[in-house]
Design a binder for this molecule. Structure first.
Ligand code: ASP
Length: 343
């Protein structure tokens, strides 16, 4: 048996595999065979590569929670046969998918590397080729003891490997589209790929347990100066709503307007779980530090430390799916896959 690493490529869509419709000029997905033809170098990588694809590749703006489960289940089905997994995915919602996968894949000990590109693979200045080839190399990389270099879900883009559930898309055009403001880079690719083991999750022990339950009755409410109490009250009365990620100012602050606070308090009384995540890209929520967050603290809003909106939202769907609002209220304060830093 060969000691070459085996990597499974899971193609979901995104710009990486798009081509321009000659009639309209709009980008649309191409199938996996066409994509592979664009990168003849894949034949020469010292990795045994196999691939599976969504029957219909999609722009990641069309990704749904059911698709996250589908990707997780594909990884589960092929887990024993492969050393690592590369998920080709549109960059727009990649941070959401990476976050969701980090919760769905309990006990993961192998790399799951999401990557994509800002320019389609067939274009001359494309960033796709490097992203794809290095992502495959990382997914197959092992340390001196033969263990996976990166035993977690991550995003590889433009020479940097980032923890998936710490990642945010910060640029619509630059090749360096992602950042992980609250967690160090896991690896940097230059002449060599330098891994920072101290930034990675501690070794976990299998077996892999793939979860498939996500409860979508969650919403995001972004605060802004002038936000209307009536509008907030109306939004929080959406039928079936279980939890809301409230994106707040600075270290977790919001207006002290009594009508606005009453709308939130009433929602809490109806059993809705409120999660406090900062709108800032870096730093953490500290409820009660300013008087503009004391009411949040008093009504039992859950401060989500330095979690991204993407991580908080997908974690809420995951925990609600596990055991409703009781599991959500209890589980938010414990990191599942390194998604926040304990104070
Ligand atoms: N709209 C594309 C997508 O997310 C953008 C990209 O792939 O970068 O699928």
């Amino acid at each position: 048996m060969s000691d070459r690493a085996s990597v499974l490529l899971i193609y979901t869509g995104g710009t990486i595999g798009m081509w321009a419709d000659p009639r309209t000029g709009a980008l649309q997905p191409m199938d996996l065979a066409h994509l592979e033809q664009q990168v003849p170098e894949l034949e020469r990588i010292n990795v045994h590569l196999e691939s599976v694809a969504f029957e219909k590749p999609i722009d990641s703006s069309d990704m749904q929670p059911a698709d996250w489960v589908r990707i997780a289940e594909l990884i589960g089905t092929h887990y024993e046969r492969f050393d690592g997994f590369v998920v080709l995915h549109g960059s727009d919602t990649m941070a959401y998918t990476a976050s969701a996968l980090s919760f769905l894949l309990e006990g993961l000990t192998k790399p799951v590397v999401l990557t994509g590109s800002q320019l389609p693979i067939g274009t001359i200045r494309t960033d796709a080729r490097e992203n794809l080839i290095t992502a495959i190399e990382i997914a197959g990389a092992k340390d001196a003891e033969g263990r996976a270099q990166v035993p977690e879900v991550c995003v590889y883009f433009e020479y940097r490997l980032l923890r998936g559930n710490r990642t945010v898309k910060v640029h619509a055009e630059r090749f360096e589209a992602f950042r992980s403001p609250n967690w160090p880079t896991l690896a940097e690719a230059g002449v060599h790929i330098r891994y920072d083991r101290s930034a990675m999750l501690p070794p976990r022990s299998g077996p892999l347990n793939v979860h498939a339950e996500l409860d979508q009755r969650v919403a995001v409410l972004r605060l802004f100066p002038g936000i209307g109490a009536d509008w907030v009250d109306h939004a929080l009365r959406a039928p079936g709503l279980q939890a809301v990620v409230v994106t707040t100012f600075g270290s977790g602050n919001g207006p002290t307007d009594p009508g606005f606070i009453a709308a939130l308090r009433n929602a809490r009384e109806r059993g809705i779980v409120l999660l406090n995540v900062t709108q800032c890209v870096g730093g953490r929520v500290e409820q009660g530090r300013y008087t503009t967050s004391t009411a949040f603290e008093e009504m039992g809003m859950i401060a989500c430390a330095d979690m991204t909106v993407e991580a908080a939202l997908t974690k809420a769907m995951f925990l609600l799916g596990q055991g409703g609002t009781a599991a959500l209220t209890q589980g938010m304060a414990t990191p599942i896959a390194g998604e926040f830093t304990l104070a």
